[in-house]
Design a protein around this ligand. Structure first.
Ligand SMILES: [Zn+2]
Length: 407
């Protein structure tokens, strides 16, 4: 049994037009008019595939294909929202491959033991409402519903009001659901599969992540009359920290990554010595111990940089997630499926967070990666070749069938 390539390709094109940008990308922020249009399209397709459609209080959409027995479902899903000027593959490809897998089961009149349910999660990206993976976080009981409802976008608009406005404030409680398994196909967002000429990544888990917030306080003063010898420049200390952060991975492990992504300079004018800096540090590694080691190196680098420039500092390690290990049974089912499909594949770890991370707390979960051209994502250039998509979708189909069992 194989998916219908042409149908999937057409669905990718049709959905990709909703929120399309002039350079071939996508802007479809969570709960925007474009998101509503995309949701409506999916609901229509799900109804066309005879799925029982329901919506929960976070606007997550479910489409159930009943099983032969009263058993928990195999859930297949991803998200429809994008970042601003993002691409047409992140999220929506997982949703469409899941729908295609279910349609293929319909085409062949397959009766599975477990139901197979398509799930579309609200606000995965965190581009409009923070944090990311908000609705799967609520479902997993990690984020209170009230907090999610009160999340506001940059214009002060509340998430719950937008859910209501676009007609996706559902009645079903957003709580953990029993499930046989959760499977998510997603673009890799990194270069590994493409570099190795492979079509499919059998994802074993998601790396550990630690976020830190650093404040450096120097002495704000005039850029002219203040001699160099008495300066205490917060930005100079920050520059040392940026360099030091860049050097951390080489001292920890080949898989460690470290990023300063955000820098706020005060007062941020030409003729004043910067008095205060806020900066972010994002550290990731497959191992918790190595993340701890990286945090120690960060602390030391900050202390040294601050001492050299004579500035004060505060550092908060405010968010940390342990690595997610996907269920070995699901990983093996995906690997068997990839093998049966016949394209090149390898086991891989995800460096990015996904809804599957929260779902893994609720039951057996796993993911399937397909390549990202030049490793790029969250940009208009995001692209995955159709041959790889076909291999990925077939892997999803066969793994879902394996986990759902046939009646
Ligand atoms: Zn995504």
């Amino acid at each position: 049994m194989r998916i219908h390539r042409k149908r999937l390709e057409e669905a990718i094109e049709t959905l990709g037009r909703i929120g399309a940008t002039s350079n071939g990308g996508l802007t479809r922020l969570a709960l925007s008019d474009e998101d509503k249009q995309a949701r409506d399209q999916l609901v229509a397709w799900m109804q066309g595939a005879k799925l029982r459609v329901s919506v929960d209080r976070m606007g997550n959409i479910f489409g159930e294909r009943p099983g032969a027995e009263a058993l928990p479902p195999v859930m297949l899903g991803s998200h429809l929202d994008s970042v601003p000027t993002g691409g047409k593959y992140d999220g929506q490809l997982g949703v469409l491959c899941a729908l295609e897998a279910i349609s293929t089961l319909n085409d062949h009149g397959v009766r599975t033991r477990h139901p197979v349910t398509l799930v579309i999660f609200t606000n995965e990206e965190g581009a409009r409402f923070q944090p990311a993976m908000l609705a799967s976080g609520v479902m997993a009981g990690k984020i209170p519903l009230e907090d999610a409802y009160n999340a506001r976008d940059r214009h002060g608009v509340r998430l719950v009001d937008e859910l209501g406005r676009i007609g996706y404030l559902g009645a079903e409680p957003c709580v953990p659901r029993p499930m046989r398994a959760y499977l998510e196909l997603h673009i890799e967002q990194g270069p590994v599969l493409e570099e190795e000429g492979l079509s499919v990544g059998v994802v074993e888990g998601i790396v550990a992540i630690a976020w830190s917030r650093l404040t450096l306080r120097g002495v704000q003063d005039h850029a002219g009359p203040t001699p160099m010898r008495i300066r205490r420049d917060a930005l100079v200390a920050a520059a040392d920290v940026v360099r030091a952060v860049r050097a951390i991975p080489a001292q920890v492990s080949p898989e460690t990554v470290a990023t300063v992504g955000r820098l706020e300079v005060s007062p941020n004018i030409t003729n004043a010595i910067p008095g205060k800096i806020l900066m972010s540090v994002d550290l990731r590694d497959p191992s918790d111990e190595y993340v701890t080691r990286a945090l120690e190196l960060l602390d030391r680098a900050v202390r040294d940089a601050a001492a050299r420039e004579g500035v004060e500092y505060e550092i908060e390690h405010y968010w940390r997630v342990s690595p997610t290990r996907f269920d070995p049974g699901v990983v093996e089912a995906v690997e068997r499926a990839a093998q049966a499909v016949g394209g090149g594949y390898r086991r891989i770890l995800s460096g990015a967070g996904h809804d599957a991370q929260y779902m893994a707390a609720l039951g057996p979960a796993g993911m399937i990666f397909v390549p990202s051209r030049n490793g790029r994502s969250h940009c208009e250039e995001e692209f995955t070749p159709m041959d790889d998509i076909e291999h990925g979708a077939n892997t999803l189909l066969l793994a879902a069938l394996d986990l759902a069992g046939t009646a």
